[in-house]
Design a protein around this ligand. Structure first.
Ligand code: APR
Length: 168
């Protein structure tokens, strides 16, 4: 199992599934959510709406899976990160849940290669260094990690990239 960190745009990554930092409505937004919907096309939103109609939105820490539409990947796994408010314990647990629930959905769908953005570190203001530690630990602690071949952390900004490189 390979864990790798790269700098780039997750909408251009060729893996089985990319992970989206969504919001509880699943109706799109800015940041990576906006980029994925914009480039992936309406098929993604249509499946998000079907999920909404079935189960409401997506709770913080949970994950849902849809087509990737026009993107190079096959699936998009949408997960909702916590909004940072200074409560390190509770928010770190919710952020770890995002990674583990995304990985759980991936193995349940036979996905072998997956790419994560730096969930919650943009509009949700989670401190980047804390988020990186939580993310890497959550992935390493995932009990079915042997069922995956490659986990990519795709950093859009240089700060995140340097933090991940220093930890890895
Ligand atoms: N590829 C990879 N990473 C990206 C991309 C991209 N194309 N665009 C942005 N990012 C990075 C940001 O630089 C940040 O490091 O994704 C990380 C997460 O930032 P946000 O997208 O702002 O997500 P988040 O902080 O989790 O906030 C989620 O923002 O877009 C809305 O609907 C979304 O309400 C939700 C909130």
């Amino acid at each position: 199992m390979i864990i790798e960190v790269i700098k780039g745009d997750i909408t251009e990554i060729h893996v089985d599934a990319i992970v989206n930092a969504a919001n509880t409505s699943l109706l799109g937004g800015g940041g990576v959510d906006g980029a994925i919907h914009r480039k992936g096309g309406k098929a993604i939103l249509e499946e998000c709406v079907q999920i909404r109609n079935k189960q409401g939105g997506c709770k913080t820490g949970d994950a849902v899976i849809t087509t990737a539409g026009n993107l190079p990947s096959k699936y998009v796994i949408h997960t909702v990160g916590p909004v940072w408010n200074g409560d390190k314990e509770e928010k770190s647990k919710l952020l770890a849940d995002c990674y583990q629930n995304s990985l759980k959905l991936a193995v349940e769908n036979g996905i072998k290669t997956i790419a994560f953005p730096n969930i919650s570190t943009g509009i949700y203001h989670f401190p980047k260094d804390k988020a990186a530690e939580v993310a890497l630990k959550a992935v390493k602690d995932f009990e079915r990690i042997s069922e995956l071949e490659k986990i990519l952390f795709v950093c859009f900004d240089d700060e995140n990239y340097q933090i991940y490189k220093s930890i890895l």
